[in-house]
Design a protein around this ligand. Structure first.
Ligand SMILES: [Zn+2]
Length: 354
């Protein structure tokens, strides 16, 4: 399977928070027998890749869940009222194509609301409200969706947009780059490590329920008790109209190194270790920040504290139905995390902790 096929497989998979089994299966298949695998009690997948030394134990976390929705109730006329799962911007919702996963299979639909033509002037100026929206899967007075389709409260719903390589072939658009791009990095990192010696033990961790509060990272970090923690996730691009023209956070600008998010300040010596590795190896990187949290937000306060850093892949339109990443950036991130594993030995850990 080539990289584009891996991206297609991972971004096409279905998995809101709490419903990550499909992605777990994909990761298990790609990890194969090169690692020892276990699940924690709420479903995170922990794959242990042993190197020349038991320590340092390095945890790489990528979350398997994507933002989506859940069926809340069905109206008498057969429209689905829904709950949001993860941080959606209400303005991105009307017109979004979705798939509802029912016990009988997938059902396509669209998020609807009252036509703009019928909205009072005042309401047109405001953000639409989730309470006023619904999912339309084609109910009519003759077509009872409960009876025909078996849709039930609790059924998960995801955006329905296929993977597309843009005319600019370096760019790929898909749903759920957040964080299937991190999941792809776990697979490719293992591919790189299979042919290399490394002076440590690596834990490739597909976490659950990140989008609803970093829950899987908390339990999996407790299970692993790592010496060092990394989150591999999307970082923001600020290279589109309306942003500061001087922003370094651009597609094609390499690795995003998080200097701050709402849940963590990175360990500065670990950050410097990573930046120096990038500089010595001509890997472009930039500093970035975000309101919100990464899995490192809970990893770094596990047990006695774990030096941690979030590493981002610059992504346009994070937390919408379609987002865009660059293949070149992906390659840079992969090269950097491979170098981290090859260089982070007991001596390097000692220097970081001193
Ligand atoms: Zn994420």
């Amino acid at each position: 399977m080539n990289r584009i096929e891996l991206f297609q497989e991972l971004t096409g998979a279905f998995g809101i928070s709490g419903y990550e089994e499909e992605i777990t299966g994909i990761l298990k298949k790609h990890f194969g027998d090169r690692v020892t695998m276990m699940r924690d009690g709420i479903g995170s997948l922990i794959a242990k890749k042993s190197g020349a030394a038991e320590q340092p134990k390095i945890m790489f976390a990528a979350h398997m869940d994507e933002i989506g929705f859940m069926v809340k109730s069905i109206t008498k006329k057969g429209f689905i009222k829904f709950l949001t799962m993860g941080g959606w911007y209400e303005g991105n919702l009307p017109g979004l194509r979705v798939q509802v996963k029912t016990k009988n299979g997938m059902v396509p639909g669209v998020i609807g609301q009252k036509a703009i033509h019928d909205l009072p002037e005042e309401e047109r100026k405001k953000l639409p409200k989730v309470d006023h929206m619904y999912i339309d899967v084609g109910a009519t007075h003759e077509y009872d969706i409960k009876e025909k389709l078996g849709i039930r409260p609790g059924d998960p719903v995801i955006p329905d947009y296929p993977f597309v390589q843009l005319a600019n072939k370096d760019l790929c658009m898909a749903k759920a780059w957040d964080d299937r791009v991190g999941c792809a990095l776990l697979v490719d990192l293992l591919n790189n490590l299979s042919a290399a010696d490394h002076p440590n033990t690596v834990y490739l961790t597909g976490t659950v329920q990140e989008e609803v509060g970093l829950r899987g990272a908390r339990t999996s970090a407790f299970s692993i008790a790592p010496d060092i923690g990394f989150a591999l996730d999307v970082s923001l691009c600020r290279d589109t109209p309306g942003n500061d023209d001087d922003s370094p956070e651009k597609l094609g600008s390499g690795v995003g190194i998080l200097i701050r998010d709402s849940t963590m300040i990175p360990h500065t010596k670990l950050r410097d270790f990573v930046c120096e590795l990038a500089e010595h190896n001509n890997i472009p990187y930039h500093f970035t920040s975000i309101k919100g949290g990464y899995d490192t937000g809970v990893i770094h306060i596990t047990k006695y504290g774990v030096p941690s850093l979030a590493i981002g892949i610059p992504t346009r339109y994070v937390h919408s139905g379609s987002s865009i990443i660059s293949l070149t950036d992906y390659e840079h991130v992969l090269n950097l995390i491979t170098l981290i594993v090859k260089n982070l030995d007991a001596e390097a850990l000692k220097n970081i902790l001193i």
